[in-house]
Structure formats: structure tokens, C-alpha cells
Design a protein around this ligand. Structure first.
Ligand code: FCB
Length: 477
């Protein structure tokens, strides 16, 4: 950051000029239901796969659960007041399926819908555009018991649930996204099993991915029927995939991981087909018999926008016999058919998740979606970083997180300059929350949460982001 006492060198100034974003750029912050709401057994809510998973010993670090989380269910008004203080133009939240349709079938739960009505009304009253995600990983447990996402019927259930939410909130919510990061739901939930429901079967992971996208397509139909003028899209998590060397074997490893991580979703959603090389790579896993006539047409329903979540790059190398398996989301079983591809670390700075910081990868990712797939408006629906925070004299000076945002916003601006129709950016996250298998041990928030007292402390990054929003851009640094 610029320091008036010691002006930065001219070279630095030249490198980091002030940047202005296009008028109307949608500045937001994001959260998800299970990560912040708590009130897990209140208001008629029943368990989702994340309740079951987090209550299963050994699944989540330190046995943390989302039972209370940030207690947002009871703190909706003060949390929206904090958003208003930040000057957010939009707030991306997800609806808990188990709260609005307990058990995942049957009629809506009025009390559950009412919570989201109050949230949306509070946002609108503060001039904050609600951005609603229908599915952020929390499948009602009875639907998992009936087969979960590997079962085709779950897609139809998702469309029914979507219709209930669209009927209730369609009059006041304009921006709708169906799924958040179907790669994680499918390949971490059913492949590596590090996410709920914790199953580990490569064929199930591939089937889950397909049925998630089918559910998306059917949900788009339900949304169009309920609110023809809604802005409808989907959020995918994308990664540039780079070979570790220029050897043909490493290039092939990169092709394989790119197919599984990115094109598995982008091609059906935006082109209506699965990539031929992906299908060949997966030949030992599935014959794709789960793809029925007409599915791909449903999946490729026209959209109004695409949401991109960006957290980094995969650098990969060809298999080496006897190489040690990688951990967590790079667990071999989340890459069906390509389990032995090696993920390489480059020794560049990492976040507290050990994820390498790679802002230029955001430019590549956005350009790729625009240049290879679609002219649709794009939104960064998540981008952010975990760092260890310290509360000192009641303040949290999170310079690393602030620098991360700054670098990625500069990348977002570069993408816009290169012709990408990027219309908004949502910081992950509004506040610290339940970081899935890591529980409360990883902090991504711009607002610090003391989980004992539920006191919120806006960090330096929050104040900085408020200023970015106010000036619709970045100051010189
Ligand atoms: C994304 C998830 C989000 C959060 C961030 C750190 O994959 O969508 O809920 O966990 O990662």
C-alpha cells in the first residue's frame, strides 16, 4: 500500500497504476449456507450430507461442525448492516435445500423460505443486489441415502427444489446460479471422499458430475418458467493447467487434468458435448451409459452469465513409478483414470491452504472461457485466500489477504482490458466461516469472526475493499 511518509519508487508506481473498473461493475462478497448459518436443527431444517459428514469422527479437522457456524441465521440483520457498511453492491449467498425443503422432497417449509425472504428483503432495503446460489454442496441426507448425485433421480429432485425457491423468491431475486463448483461436489464428494458424503468410487464421481449438470439444466428450465427475466447462470471452479516441463509426457498429463478439472464441465454446459479425449481417458472408469439421449441438450440450456471461481493453477507432470500420492483435493482418487499424474509445487508463495498464489492465472482463466467458450457476461463468483489472522488491540491487519485481493483485482482488470466481458467480482469470503474439511481452522474472511463470542471485526482487507468499491477501482500503489 502507498505510504505518504515514504513515496514509492517511480518504477513501482508505473507498475501499479490506479485502475478504474467499468461503470456498474458488481462488487460483492460471497458465503454459503452451511458455512455460516448454524441453526442446524432450527426452523424445521433437517440434516444435509454435511451435517452427517461433519458429525462423523475423523472427517473434519478437530471434529468441527456447522451446527452453530457464524450463527448468521440469528444475526442476519447485523450481518447485512456490516455488508452495507462495506458498501457491497451485491451479496452472494446460498440457500440450504434442507431448510426450505426438509428431506429434499415434498412441500416447501414456510419457515425456511421465510428466513431467505427476510435476508433478501434486508439486502434490497440496503441497496445490495441479492445473488442466490441454489446448491453449495449441502444435499439433503435422505437424497444421499437414496443414491445421492450418482443417482439420476437426484437431478429431478433438484429441479423440484429449484421451483419451490423460484416461486418464493423469484419476485425479488434477479441473479440466480444453480450449482457452486460441481467439480468439488462430484470429485471431492464421491471420488476422493474428502468432502461430504465422503464416498470414494471413480465411476460414482463421474456419474455425480453428469447428474449435477443435468440437475443444473432442469433447474434452468424451472427458473425460466418461474421468472422469465431472471439472470441465470452456473458457477464452476476453473484452473489453468500447466505442464511442468515441455516434454510431450508432461503435456499429456496437463491435457488429462485439464479435461477432468475444466472441460468435463465447460464442454457440456457451454457446448453440449463431452470432450472426446476425456471420454477416452475415462474408458476404464465408465462407458458413459449414464448419459441419456437429450441430456446434453438439457445441460447446455442457454444461460445469461457464467460464474468463475478462481483459486490457482495446477502444474502437473507425467507419472513416475512409485511416486508418493498427493494429499487432499489432489488426492489421486479425485482424478479418475488419471490417478498417477503428479502435481508439482513451484516454491512460489502460498496461502494458509498451501495453495500457490498465482494472479496471472486468473487472466488466463477468464480469457480462456471468453475466447474458447462463450460471449456471455462473466463474473468472478469467488476468489480469496486463507491466512492466519491475529487480533491485536481489537484489530486484524491482514496485509497478506489484502495483497492477494489487490493482485487478483489487477488481474481481473487486465482480463477486462483484453476484451473479457467481466461484469463483477465476489470476494471469498465476507466473513471467516466453516471451511469444509478444515473446519474453523482456515480463515478466508474479510471480517474476522470470534467463534466463542460471535463478535465480528472487519479486517484491514475489508476496509480496503470498501474503498475499492467506493472508487470503483484501485488506487495507485
Ligand atoms: C471454494 C468453495 C467455498 C470455499 C472456498 C475456499 O471451493 O466454493 O465454499 O470453501 O473454496
Amino acid at each position: 500500500m502507498s505510504n505518504p511518509a515514504s513515496p514509492p519508487a517511480v518504477g513501482v508506481l508505473a507498475e501499479r497504476p490506479p485502475l478504474t473498473f467499468p461503470p456498474g461493475f458488481l462488487w460483492g462478497a460471497a458465503t454459503a449456507a452451511y458455512q455460516i448459518e448454524g441453526a442446524a436443527a432450527e426452523g424445521g431444517r433437517t440434516p444435509s450430507i454435511w451435517d452427517t459428514f461433519s458429525h462423523t469422527p475423523g472427517r473434519v479437522v478437530a471434529g468441527h461442525t456447522g451446527d452453530v457456524a457464524c450463527d448468521h441465521y440469528h444475526r442476519l440483520d447485523s450481518d447485512v448492516a456490516l455488508m452495507a457498511e462495506l458498501g457491497l453492491k451485491s451479496y452472494r449467498f446460498s440457500v440450504s435445500w434442507s431448510r426450505v425443503q426438509p428431506g429434499g422432497t415434498g412441500p416447501a417449509n414456510p419457515e425456511g423460505l421465510d428466513f431467505y425472504r427476510r435476508l433478501v428483503d434486508a439486502l434490497l432495503a440496503n441497496g445490495i443486489e441479492p445473488w442466490l446460489t441454489l446448491y453449495h454442496w449441502d444435499l439433503p441426507q435422505p437424497l444421499e441415502d437414496a443414491g445421492g448425485w450418482p443417482a439420476r433421480d437426484t437431478a429431478a429432485r433438484f429441479a423440484d427444489y429449484t421451483a419451490l425457491v423460484a416461486d418464493a423468491l423469484g419476485d425479488r431475486v434477479r441473479y440466480w446460479t444453480t450449482l457452486n463448483e460441481p467439480w468439488c461436489s462430484a470429485f471431492l464428494g464421491y471420488g476422493s471422499g474428502v468432502h461430504a458424503p465422503g464416498r470414494s468410487d471413480p465411476g460414482d464421481a463421474v456419474r455425480a458430475g453428469h447428474h449435477l449438470m443435468l440437475g443444473h439444466g432442469l433447474a434452468v428450465q424451472a427458473l425460466r418458467a418461474a421468472r422469465p427475466d431472471a439472470e441465470v447462470g452456473v458457477t464452476v471452479n476453473l484452473y489453468p493447467v500447466t505442464p511442468a516441463t515441455d516434454s510431450p509426457a508432461d503435456a499429456d498429463a496437463a491435457r488429462r487434468i485439464d479435461a477432468l478439472a475444466n472441460r468435463f464441465f465447460l464442454d457440456p454446459l457451454l457446448r453440449g458435448s463431452y470432450p472426446a479425449d476425456l471420454m477416452a481417458d475415462l474408458a476404464s472408469v465408465t462407458d458413459f451409459g449414464h448419459v441419456h439421449e437429450g441430456d446434453l441438450k438439457t445441460i447446455a440450456a442457454p444461460l445469461d452469465l457464467v460464474g468463475v471461481n478462481y483459486y490457482g493453477r495446477h502444474v502437473v507432470a507425467a507419472p513416475v513409478e512409485g511416486a508418493a500420492p498427493e494429499a487432499y483435493w489432489r488426492a489421486p482418487s479425485c482424478w479418475p483414470g488419471s490417478e498417477d499424474v503428479r502435481f508439482v509445487t513451484r516454491g512460489v508463495p502460498v496461502t494458509d491452504m498451501d495453495w500457490e498464489i498465482d494472479a496471472p492465472g486468473l487472466v488466463e482463466t477468464l480469457r480462456r472461457v471468453h475466447e474458447e467458450y462463450t460471449d456471455l457476461p462473466l463474473y468472478v463468483t469467488e476468489n480469496g485466500s486463507a491466512f492466519v489472522d491475529a487480533v491485536v488491540d481489537g484489530q486484524v491487519d491482514d496485509v497478506d489477504r489484502l495483497a492477494y485481493f489487490d493482485a487478483h483485482l489487477r488481474a481481473a482488470h487486465e482480463a477486462i482490458s483484453a476484451g473479457v466481458p467481466l461484469r463483477g467480482y465476489f470476494a471469498w469470503s465476507l466473513m471467516d466461516n466453516f471451511e469444509w474439511a478444515w473446519g474453523y481452522t482456515k480463515r478466508f474472511g474479510m471480517i474476522y469472526v470470534d467463534y466463542d463470542s460471535q463478535v465480528r471485526i472487519p479486517k484491514s482487507s475489508a476496509r480496503w475493499y470498501a474503498e475499492v468499491i467506493r472508487r470503483n477501482g484501485l488506487a495507485a500503489e
